[in-house]
Design a protein around this ligand. Structure first.
Ligand code: G6P
Length: 484
């Protein structure tokens, strides 16, 4: 038990607001992250909603060393003043849970990513990883049960922690427990490719919550369909809720929006201006149009098909050669797993191929950067004539919401109908079936030729829709709904 007031609002997520890595002298240096949860949780204090604690996992050796050094709570100076407890889960257990189950299996199921006849393989390796996943979820449930004030509210995040609501309820029935899914949810026919016991454990785990929430109505319904079909649970509509084994779980939808104030301020700092100048030079001429995409290097983002669509645009429309540049920026993600590494290599290979086929001195058709550089991404956002967001499936996709907010001149959005953001942005975007390369190439062409006036008008409407529920309000709305 820690000293000080016991928290009455707890957030649990795999990735916390800070990670640690040693510098050249071996000193642990914190790196703070951003995102909806960070802004959301920092709204708690000022809103008078209570006393917050964030429980997260140590992701690597640096984090584990920090967790050991700081004991139950990290130094608030490293975390932006937030109270954070980082769990030093044993490395093998963490690797099996995070890589083996969360990012190889649950991520793949929710994003409909299995493609080869040999996948998935639910063999002995998976049985071992699943046991680790249970232990990792139990470690979170133990920590939350230990920390939470009587009757506290606990907001459990994402697919990594799907078992936590059920485990926590067994330990602390006095708590109000919510679960939020940041990914899509798979429809029952796809979801049931999981071993029955695993599928049931996940659904029961989430149903341990008083309220389970999603980014869109579509993902919420997929979840309730799975509960009905796989568990035989009773699903009621208006309001949407699931009753199973005598308990009812309310189902909510909160469409996380972009943080306009933060983005506009950040996008006008000198480091972004510097990157804009560099990019302009690489693009090579003010008359050249830009197609921008920014993703994690991750299969659901569909970067390779996006490159194929761009290639088709250049193939079918020679007039576009030397008149357009594709800025494809990707943050390295989950590179400990071969399947993500291979995908990253494939992205680089296809980009190179396009440059080798079409490039001429003074014009590089694709500028691919695989690097974590937020300032450069914002620079690209500001410069974009066209934004390409074509995921196979995506819980929301905040890039689609961020670009219209910071775009300098207005930007046409080519958007996959399978992104959660489609529900709010579909009317003013050029929407595509993400598997259809030809249609994506056509949409890119239409986007590139859109006149300035309509493009600016659409961008304004996109920005308004994108910022309807900024992170702090998104978070507080969940908290209030759970407590009411
Ligand atoms: C998605 C997930 C998040 C996750 C993020 C980055 O957005 O919903 O829970 O944190 O990807 O992935 P990573 O594996 O690097 O945490």
């Amino acid at each position: 038990m820690v000293t000080g007031a016991q928290p009455d609002v707890l957030v649990a997520s795999n990735r916390g607001p800070v990670t640690y890595a040693p510098d050249e002298h071996g000193t642990l240096v914190p790196k703070r992250g951003g995102g909806g949860l960070v802004s959301g949780l920092s709204a708690i204090g000022p809103s008078g909603r209570g006393h917050a604690l964030w429980v997260c996992a140590a992701l690597g050796d640096g984090d584990r060393a920090a967790a050991r050094a700081h004991g139950a709570r990290l130094d608030p100076a490293d975390t932006g003043g937030q109270a954070v407890r980082m769990l030093g889960i044993p490395p093998d257990t963490f690797a099996s849970a995070y890589h083996g189950v969360a990012n190889s299996v649950l991520w793949f199921v929710h994003h409909l990513l299995y493609q080869t006849p040999l996948e998935p393989a639910f063999d002995a390796g998976f049985t071992h990883d699943w046991a680790a996943f249970e232990a990792y979820n139990a470690a979170f449930a133990d920590a939350l049960a230990e920390e939470a004030a009587p009757g506290a509210t606990v907001l459990v995040q994402d697919y990594h922690l799907v078992l936590v609501p059920g485990l926590l309820r067994a330990r602390r029935p006095d708590l109000r427990i919510g679960h939020f899914s940041h990914t899509p949810w798979a429809p029952p026919d796809y979801y049931r490719l999981l071993p029955d016991a695993v599928a049931e454990a996940v659904l029961r785990g989430v149903l341990g919550a008083d309220r389970a929430a999603f980014l869109t109505g579509r993902w919420a319904e997929a979840f309730t369909d799975c509960c009905a079909r796989l568990l035989g649970a009773r699903v009621e509509h208006d309001p949407l809720r699931v009753t199973y084994e005598g308990r009812t779980t309310a189902i909510g939808v909160h469409a996380l929006g972009a943080d306009a104030d933060f983005l506009r301020e950040r996008a006008h700092r000198p480091d972004v201006a510097e990157r804009m100048a560099q990019l302009r030079e690489q693009i090579g001429g003010p008359e050249r149009k830009t197609i921008v995409r920014v993703d994690r290097t991750e299969l659901s983002k569909n970067i390779v098909r996006g490159l194929h669509a761009y290639r088709r645009l250049l193939e079918d429309g020679p007039e576009w050669r030397e008149r357009v540049v594709h800025l494809a920026f990707a943050y390295p993600s989950r590179q400990d797993l071969a399947v993500y590494r291979d995908y990253t290599s494939e992205v680089a290979r296809v980009a190179r191929e396009i440059n080798d086929t079409f490039g001429v001195p003074g014009w590089t058709p694709v500028l691919l950067h695989v690097e974590d550089d937020f300032a450069r991404s914002l620079a690209a956002y500001r410069l974009a004539d066209v934004a390409l967001v074509n995921p196979i499936r995506d819980g929301m996709n905040l890039v689609a919401k961020e670009i219209p907010v910071v775009s300098d001149e207005g930007c046409a959005l080519v958007l996959s109908r399978e992104a959660g953001a489609y529900e709010e942005l579909g009317d003013d975007a050029l929407t595509v079936n993400p598997y259809d390369v030809r249609a994506t190439a056509d949409a890119l062409r239409t986007a590139l030729t859109m006149a300035h006036g309509p493009r600016a008008e659409r961008t304004k409407r996109l920005a308004a829709a994108a910022t309807a529920l900024p992170p702090a309000r998104w978070f507080l709305a969940q908290l209030d709904a759970l407590r009411s």
